[in-house]
Design a protein around this ligand. Structure first.
Ligand SMILES: *[C@@H]1O[C@H](CO)[C@@H](O)[C@H](O)[C@H]1NC(C)=O
Ligand SMILES: *[C@@H]1O[C@H](CO)[C@@H](O)[C@H](O)[C@H]1NC(C)=O
Ligand SMILES: *[C@@H]1O[C@H](CO)[C@@H](O)[C@H](O)[C@H]1NC(C)=O
Ligand SMILES: *[C@@H]1O[C@H](CO)[C@@H](O)[C@H](O)[C@H]1NC(C)=O
Ligand SMILES: *[C@@H]1O[C@H](CO)[C@@H](O)[C@H](O)[C@H]1NC(C)=O
Length: 613
């Protein structure tokens, strides 16, 4: 096989014939998966003296050991429990081995590249080199072409490229090559701006964020009325959270919001005036990520303010006097995706395995009018000890590569001592808007019959938070039920992620003792995939101040910041006792050691996709 391939190369390439010793053992490394659409036509060979900013992504060490390493730090029975890693230790753990760096460097130098032209990036994940097109074509045994779009825009790309057999295992990918996203511009070659973004996390939509039924609540209910109106007092009684933080100078709690979602200061004060008078005039501490700002004049209405108002009214009240950090992500033009806030808390993630994905994330700098035209926010703050995010997307709308890259990053945050919480969605086993997956096409539709789980909740390295309710006529002193008022708590099984070891016993017991009346036609019932959520907390009938009035809202959007507040208080107590933050929670949640701290929710359903259960 190898022989005939090298024969082909030698026979076809004049240039290759001149350097037979090097080309003889080349193997194809990446090939374009699909040809560009018919709107693009191949225009010409790229000029051989143009300079390309070549980036060689080096193979990471230990990436297959992510779960094992995370468990050794976060499983309560592990001897190294709580021994979190520093950012430098995480970089060291996953950085390419020195052998990898040496092999790739010697290959470049042996090919005639002067060592001083080769640079290794700060996170040690990439080798950078400005190479002429002629040099790049020679190194990669390829040809670069310019493609022209009907609109006149140009892109460069090669159809496939090769590497020497002994170098190939040390390189994950090379850019720019087959990835059809580099356009020609007078200043050089820059990643193409996305045409269509699927993320749109902060864009108003009736499906994202908490739901309202427009009811005007009683704003000072007694504890007997928590089945109709949830207030901070109801939550304290329900979960026995009577605790005043003392470690406020050291503890941190962040909540992520995606622009154009924003809180309104007047709403916070209206809520605080009624439920936490000490907080009137207080605001979350803004961390501006990729141009995110407090710009209330631009945003009005429930679907712009509902999520942020809810998050900060409850989180700030519950953890007072602990400050809460607002991770406001994205500018007004592009907004942001999950990778954008991750870049901001971990500089090494900015470029890890190639960096952010234009179909999902904001790509900065943003040169559009009004855009954030500055370098992307990369490692601008240390990760807060707890981060709650009440946004999600249907797992099926992410590619496995995108989801896995991001999920590994949550594991790294866990190794560093951060608890990452995500709301599990408001549509039961269905996806946003009640859509399910069509069994034939794999597309999302209202008529779909396959269950449609929510990401990042399905990532086994986040804590997914579902919603419960105090059922009508019940009190805060009785067990809660799954949320079935206005929303159904999101839950189910992943189609991407395997089952993590920490939940295997619990989930297999559930599947055996209470087998769901569904088959492989609805979900992966192998018993070997990630099940979610991990925790649930009340998400029904929350009284919030929104756009100048009190309303009732519903959603796992409420549950996640409330659980985040509780974990922040756990961290406060740990810090006060001279310990570190708790970090990744799930192994403790499922451990018999902590079983007494949780109630099983045994009543209610998370229906969807036309199924009642
Ligand atoms: C490549 O060239 C650009 C533009 O001149 C420069 O900013 C960059 O540092 C160079 N990179 C390397 C690895 O030499
Ligand atoms: C909390 O935030 C306020 C306002 O941003 C600031 O003045 C105060 O120093 C912060 N407190 C702590 C303990 O960080
Ligand atoms: C769903 O099914 C109905 C009835 O079979 C059909 O009229 C409709 O077009 C379908 N909708 C979608 C989105 O496929
Ligand atoms: C179900 O998950 C298992 C374990 O990840 C996997 O091997 C299997 O292919 C999945 N089944 C389907 C139908 O996707
Ligand atoms: C179980 O849930 C149903 C429906 O929400 C509710 O009517 C009932 O009161 C709940 N039972 C208990 C014991 O909470």
């Amino acid at each position: 096989m190898l022989l005939s391939w090298s024969f082909l190369v030698l026979a076809l390439g004049g240039l290759a014939a001149a350097v037979p010793a090097r080309r003889a053992n080349y193997v194809v490394h990446e090939k374009r998966a699909a040809e560009p659409s018919s709107a693009w036509t191949l225009s010409r060979r790229l000029e051989s003296d143009m300079v390309l900013p070549m980036r060689f992504g080096l193979t990471q060490s230990n990436i297959d050991r992510v779960e094992e390493i995370l468990m050794s730090i976060s499983h309560p029975e592990s001897p190294t429990f709580g021994k979190h890693l520093s950012p430098e230790q995480v970089i060291d753990m996953f950085k390419p081995s020195s052998e990898t760096v040496d092999v790739v460097k010697s290959w470049l130098v042996g090919s005639g590249i002067a060592p001083e032209r080769i640079r290794i990036t700060g996170n040690k994940g990439w080798i950078e080199l400005n190479a002429t097109v002629a040099e790049a074509e020679d190194l990669l045994n390829t040809e670069y072409h310019v493609y022209e779009h009907e609109s006149g825009a140009e892109q460069i790309s090669c159809h496939s490229y090769s590497l020497p057999g002994h170098v190939q295992p040390h390189i994950e990918l090379v850019k720019p090559t087959v990835h059809f996203n580099h356009r020609v511009s007078p200043g050089g070659y820059i990643p193409e701006k996305l045409k269509k973004r699927t993320g749109k996390l902060g864009q108003p939509s009736p499906y994202n964020g908490p739901k309202t039924n427009g009811q005007t609540p009683s704003i000072n209910p007694t504890l007997d009325e928590c089945d109709e109106y949830i207030t901070p007092a109801c939550l304290r009684a329900l979960y026995n959270i009577y605790y005043t933080p003392t470690q406020t100078g050291r503890n941190t709690y962040g909540v992520v919001e995606f622009t154009p979602q924003s809180y309104l200061a007047t709403d916070l004060d209206m809520f605080f005036g009624n439920y936490s008078p000490n907080l009137v005039g207080s605001r979350p501490t803004l961390v501006s990520i990729d141009g995110g700002q407090y710009e209330p004049s631009q945003y009005q209405g429930f679907s712009y303010n509902g999520e942020s108002d809810l998050d900060f009214e409850y989180a700030m009240t519950l953890v007072y006097p602990q400050n809460v950090t607002l991770l406001q992500t994205g500018d007004m033009v592009e907004g942001g995706g999950f990778d954008n806030w991750l870049d901001a808390v971990d500089a090494s993630f900015c470029t890890y395995e190639g960096g952010d994905v234009p179909s999902q994330d904001g790509i900065y700098p943003d040169t559009a009018p009004g855009g954030y035209d500055a370098p992307e926010s990369c490692g601008i703050i240390p990760p807060p000890y707890v981060v709650s995010t009440s946004y999600g997307q249907d797992e099926v709308s992410a590619t496995p590569a995108y989801a896995i890259r991001q999920c590994n990053e949550y594991a790294k945050l866990g190794m560093m001592g951060t608890t990452v919480l995500y709301a599990s969605g408001d549509y039961g086993v269905a996806g946003f808007g009640g859509e399910c997956i069509d069994a034939t096409t794999g597309e999302e539709t209202l008529n779909g019959t396959r269950f449609n789980p929510d990401f990042p909740a399905t990532c086994p390295y986040v804590t997914a938070v579902g919603a419960t309710q105090v059922s009508p006529g019940r009190t805060v002193y009785e067990p809660e039920s799954a949320a079935e008022t206005v929303i159904y708590s999101g839950g189910g099984f992943s189609n991407i992620f395997a089952m993590p070891s920490y939940q295997a016993t619990a989930v297999r017991h559930y599947l055996e003792a209470y087998p769901p009346p569904y088959t492989a036609a609805q979900y992966n019932n192998s018993g070997n995939v990630r099940a979610f959520p991990d925790l649930a907390a009340n998400g029904v009938n929350y009284v919030i101040a929104i756009d100048g009035e009190f309303e009732l809202v519903y959603g796992t959007s409420a549950s996640s910041p409330v659980v985040g507040s509780m974990i922040t208080m756990v961290n406060d107590a740990r810090l006060a006792a001279g310990k570190g933050p708790i970090g990744f929670l799930n192994p403790a949640i499922y451990s018999p050691l902590f079983a007494a701290a949780f109630h099983d929710i045994t009543n209610g359903t998370n229906q969807g996709c036309g199924k009642p259960f």
